[in-house]
Write a protein that binds this ligand. Structure first.
Ligand SMILES: [Fe+2]
Length: 320
């Protein structure tokens, strides 16, 4: 089967890095109000199909961007979390059922690979790790993953990113801190920025990668802050939960695992991304709504809405 043809929203055709991506496309859609008790029903909700023309791509390819599934399975192996996870399962409207149907649907679409940018689980319970593995094993394509804050923060026991990163060997042997894959002339960069910071090592590796001259597309859970994101992200979450979001309420900032301040390497990373001609596009999640805007003129960041609401994004890369 081919790509779904009944697109409910406009298609975008962007030529990245050529200054042709109009600021007019900047925008966000926080979605319809939903009844939290009703199940999520089909039809699936693809965002506008994105086509990016990139100078340096050797042939066209297609992928699916998926994020924020928030699985809420829990059993007697995590007795202290059973009550909490039952409430969350209700909040997210039975995300396991939604995900199973959505993954089946995605397998019917033509794509060369899929990227899941984090918060696959709401809390890393043993039952969630197993459920997630089954879902990942069901993907009929190559896939890559980036860590979300919910993979290790919040109610996780222990609340320890290093501990859970190694546990996710159950899902994949892909290095989760920083990893890239070269495909058809493009570097696909997968980065863990799930504590809102970039390490000095991640910064150095990214700079070296960009300086190779090969065009790069970055996938990471947390988007970088762009002017047009400030209002919608504050309206939805009460503070700018993005890379580069300045501290407002320290207690809340720490409760979100953001750390007390924006570290120097993170600021340098932001400056690099906002200026380097090799960073052609960014795909992220975390905010649970769709948003598109440029982080430097002609270079788009796509925030994709949450998969627990059946949302996903389809992307085609074409040679410029
Ligand atoms: Fe998140």
């Amino acid at each position: 089967m081919g790509w779904m043809k009944d697109l409910s929203r406009r298609d975008f055709l962007s030529s990245v890095g050529a200054g042709t991506l109009s600021l007019a496309i900047a925008g966000c859609d926080t979605g319809e109000r939903i009844d939290p008790l009703s199940p999520v029903a089909a039809p699936f909700k693809p965002t506008a199909k994105v086509t990016l023309k990139i100078n340096g791509a050797s042939k066209p390819f297609q992928f699916i961007h998926l994020t924020d599934v928030h699985l809420c399975e829990c059993d007697a192996r995590n007795p202290e979390l059973i009550e909490f996870m039952a409430r969350r399962k209700n909040d997210f409207r039975k995300p396991e059922q939604t995900a199973r149907n959505l993954f089946n649907h995605l397998n019917t679409l033509e794509s060369d690979f899929m990227v899941i940018t984090g918060d696959l689980v709401d809390v890393p319970t043993r039952a969630n790790l197993e459920k997630a593995k089954k879902l990942l094993d069901s993907i009929d394509a190559f896939w890559w993953f980036t860590m979300g804050n919910h993979e290790w923060g919040g109610r996780a026991i222990p609340r320890d990113r290093e501990f859970w990163s190694s546990e996710y060997r159950l899902w994949t042997y892909q290095p989760l801190n920083w990893y890239y894959k070269q495909l058809h002339g493009i570097n696909l960069l997968f980065l863990d920025n799930s504590n809102y910071q970039i390490t000095r090592d991640q910064l150095t590796r990214t700079r070296v990668l960009l300086d190779t001259g090969r065009p790069c597309i970055m996938f990471a859970h947390i988007p970088i802050l762009i002017d047009t994101l400030v209002k919608p992200v504050n309206d939805r979450w009460g503070m700018p939960i993005c890379i580069g979001g300045e501290p407002v309420d320290m207690e809340r900032r720490l409760s979100w695992d953001m750390g007390p301040t924006i570290e120097p390497a993170t600021r340098e990373f932001l400056a690099l991304v906002r200026s380097h001609p090799g960073m052609k596009a960014i795909f992220s999640g975390h905010l649970h709504f769709n948003h598109t805007d440029e982080y430097q003129p002609g270079y788009p960041q796509y925030v994709t809405g949450a998969a627990y609401e059946n949302v996903y994004r389809r992307v085609t890369i074409e040679p410029a």
